[in-house]
Design a protein around this ligand. Sequence first.
Ligand code: ZN
Length: 468
Amino acid sequence: MQFWRWLVLLSTVVLAAAQTPVRRPVSLIVTHGTVVTVDANRRVIENGAVAIDGRDIAAVDTSDAIDARFSASDTIDATGAVVMPGLINTHTHAPMVLYRGLADDLALMDWLQKYIFPAEAKTVSPEFVRAGTRLAALEMIESGTTTYADMYYFEEEVARATKAAGLRGVLGETIIQFPVPDAKTPAQGIARAETFVREFQGDDLITPAIAPHAMYTLDTETLKACRRFADSFATPVIIHVAETEAEVQASQEKFGKTPVAYLESIGFWGPRTLAAHGVHVTQADIDVLARRRVAVSHNPESNMKLASGTAPVIAMRKAGVTVALGTDGAASNNDLDMFEAMRQAAFLHKLVSGDPRAIPAPTAVEMATIDGARALGMDREIGSLEPGKRADVIVVSMQSARQTPMYDPLSHLVYVTRGDDVRTTIVNGRVLMRDRKVLSLDRAHVLSDARGFAARVREAVGPEGVKR
Ligand SMILES: [Zn+2]
């Protein structure tokens, strides 16, 4: 009798164990947040969770469902917060944060030629670029940007500092016709780009690119050489296009064509090409961009501050052009806050079109996430919270007075949220900032280093160089 009792007890235990599913171990679970996935169905999951395994997203579901399937060595509680894909800044010049506020209230050509180009000639060095990139990375991590597209000098230094900070970057070595701090000639710049590409191609976080500055700062031969370079190394191309009326006028006078048409006529457009600004484009230009699958980075704040004009974003999107968002360099913005870029994009196009339905909140969020990924040719890896994609995730607090109450998380993300509301930033599964504490950079050191360089900039440009 004793034996039978024992056997019954044993089989009960065995059966119970078989019914309890084994939970898959993962590295991190972000749980109890409102998950804004930006997936194909634009799913928003109340009390949702994201399971992260190493660098990848393992699953996105309700907290209960994730809890039943996974066990994690680390958990982040996102109660009272939105969990969303990291923001993608498709146009900036990271080290230019060191020129923040150096010269304001000027038109682009004045600003560039009288202040920025001379200041750069005197101050840009590998050390300057490293310090500036660290400061920019700190600002981006603190405001929820997880991927950015850059164009500057000494781009290998930008890449090293970006990688060390843990951010993802599509980083373009700038090519320009006149002598610049890292190249006396465009040929030297292209040679530097080759060394840079060979160092970083295949990297987990860094996608090296080539960045011919603009059609008005480069001759036809160099522009063609940049296209050949991109084709032979299969790199993205980043270029400023039709940013101002002055650029279009100069192009018309010199070539009898708009900048977009001129670049088309020399065979410049090709795969994975990102055009920054596209402010002054005609319908024919838009058709070329659509046909060549050129993505446009829209920078509403820079365009407004420099009074460059309003890009025809609605017409470009209608024509099938991917339009993503950027901040541009901090010298013309003057920050790298992508929440502000979303808000200003929405406001600007409502105002200009006279239609409050232009760029509704969900569209602004898409432009800063999945469309950014598409513009960089990375929409299979990033831009939404979906299993198999890289774990680039941010946790955005919705607890401030300014954010209370919350009826619609998408409305709040665009119309009231600021970069400072980002609580936690994760890139490639690595937590770069947790509860506002940045873990991948020494914050105090980055800030004091930047202030040190500002003293050098002030000295180099002299009292006349600082506008106002
Ligand atoms: Zn720019």
